[in-house]
Design a binder for this molecule. Structure first.
Ligand SMILES: [Zn+2]
Length: 320
């Protein structure tokens, strides 16, 4: 009986070390995939075109953006998470929807845990007062740039399937009317016992900041997210911007409802630092003033980081 007990312990230890070595093997792999700058350019240009009429939630313009994003997800082999890609809001006057896709994890156990990658695809629509005859708030930086980053991540994971955890791709609507899309989705997922590991949201990454890091994260001190991102990256990819705390940016984008509902690290990465872009909620927030090489480099740098997030041991990223 005693020998039997020792045998069980031995098997358990052997299984555990096999699991650990498997995890580290994957995260040490050399990352050779290259983000295609022309693809970044194309997505950003389309979403911020005049045809989309400023992508105000509930209008025909944003619905064109939705159609475009759904086509991209299909092309990238990202499946709808619900019955269709459209997740219609129950907290909005009128009709508008998030676009939600999933890339199922390739590990039988870890696939039950999810990482949400999000960005809002709505903006503020048509301006009451134009400038030089331009009335369309194209919202290239806010937040077609973040949507473009998430679309590139969807493309990579959808076509490579390297993620052990499942990845939920969420393009939110009605962020500009009070985070309505993300509040709706967080509530709905919570009610279905969704197992959320962490949420990473992308906001205004279209222009570079002057700092010894590329981007800052909101709610810096709430978790070890920044430290883990830099560890996975091997560089100082993200840092702390005092203004994010001063302006409480953690509460002001689509990461927040997921933090509130699930009490897990849910944060926004951003490269808008209040000094590097004059056109916040302005008709001149247009494709032409975006820095495509900067965006491409940032997406290139964050991609292997997100891959490591999907494949790391449980609870590596945690609240403080
Ligand atoms: Zn925004």
């Amino acid at each position: 009986m005693r020998y039997f007990y020792f045998l069980i312990v031995f098997i358990l230890v052997a299984c555990k070390s096999a699991l650990v070595s498997d995890v580290s093997k994957n995260s040490d792999a050399i990352f050779t995939y290259k983000v295609d700058e022309s693809s970044v350019n194309e997505t950003l240009k389309t979403l911020s075109s005049n045809e989309m009429q400023g992508r105000e939630a509930g209008t025909a313009g944003i619905n064109k953006a939705a159609d475009y994003l759904i086509e991209r997800l299909k092309e990238y082999n990202v499946k709808p998470y619900f019955k269709t890609y459209r997740d219609t809001l129950t907290n909005f006057k009128g009709t508008t929807f998030n676009i939600v896709g999933v890339i199922e994890g390739n590990d039988p156990i870890l696939k039950e845990e999810f990482i949400i990658l999000g960005a809002h695809y709505d903006h503020i629509g048509i301006a009451k007062e134009g400038i030089d005859g331009d009335f369309i708030n194209n919202g290239a930086n806010d937040d077609a740039s973040g949507v473009t980053a998430v679309a590139e991540l969807a493309k990579y994971f959808g076509t490579h399937k390297t993620n052990k955890r499942s990845v939920l791709i969420a393009f939110f609507t009605a962020e500009e009317t009070g985070l309505l899309g993300s509040f709706h989705l967080a509530d709905k997922l919570k009610k279905s016992n969704f197992n959320l590991y962490t949420m990473l949201n992308f906001e205004m990454i279209g222009v570079p900041m002057t700092a010894d890091y590329t981007a800052y994260i909101t709610g810096f001190s709430k978790s070890n997210m920044a430290a883990k991102i830099n560890e996975y990256s091997g560089t100082k990819l993200v840092g702390y911007l005092p203004m994010e705390f001063q302006y409480q940016l953690f509460l002001r984008s689509d990461n927040y409802p997921f933090y509130q509902e699930f009490n897990v690290p849910s944060q926004t990465v951003c490269t808008f630092d209040f000094t590097n872009f004059d056109y916040y909620h302005h008709v001149k927030d247009e494709f032409e003033v975006m820095d495509i090489p900067h965006m491409t480099n940032f997406i290139q740098d964050i991609l292997p980081v997100v891959e490591k997030m999907t494949n790391s041991k449980s609870k590596e990223i945690k609240l403080k």
